[in-house]
Design a protein around this ligand. Sequence first.
Ligand SMILES: [Zn+2]
Length: 242
Amino acid sequence: MSFSSKIKSLRAPFFKLFLKGKPEFICPLCHYHGPFKDKKSRLHAKCPKCGELERVRLQYLVYKKVFDQIDTKNSTILHIAPERSLSAFFKQDFGKYVSADLFRQDVDMQFDVQEIPLEDASVDVVYASHILLYPHDDIKAISEIRRILKPNGIAILPMPIFAEKTVDDFGENVRWTHQSGLDYFDRYRQFFDHVDLYYSHMFPETYQLYLCDNDTDHPLYVGNGKREDIVPICYVSAQESY
Ligand SMILES: [Zn+2]
């Protein structure tokens, strides 16, 4: 556990007292039990002990479910823009763990996801959350991720859902070049054998995996101020060669 995570976990009991009377949940990552903190207008978003958000809790549970029956002791995972909490689990589970980022120094490799400096069919799993919002050519980035995966490889590529349809905006000052809609996962289907979608409602309510920002117009709004989040899992078939 890093120094900052230790400090955060020491604060948890105080938050629990401060948040007394609010709904209580369980964090699947650190096993904290109690109220979660709000993040601006998003209610019950953040675990006060490990600091992780609802989307990471969902991603972790999907990861555990998908890899439950898969032996990864001899497998390699490439974790792009690594979340610290998830990297600890990946390091435990996989024979080889490689982290990467475009800018960060605390990683094993630095590269642009539109041109990944790895051999064809050289990794078993790629994990890259909310990354494809940024590259100019996201289709090239998806094809690169597909290229480096072995037969039977798996890519976990979550994206935030902004609306029904994806908006691509190549303006200079935009924050996100690709504002992913519900149709965004069709881009994965051009390259992968099949894509499974996992939704918040597929897991117990006690983990609080919804985005609670009362966005009633959102296509994934399900009532009570909540909308679903999605984690896509992309599969390469056994025989397929790129
Ligand atoms: Zn936690």
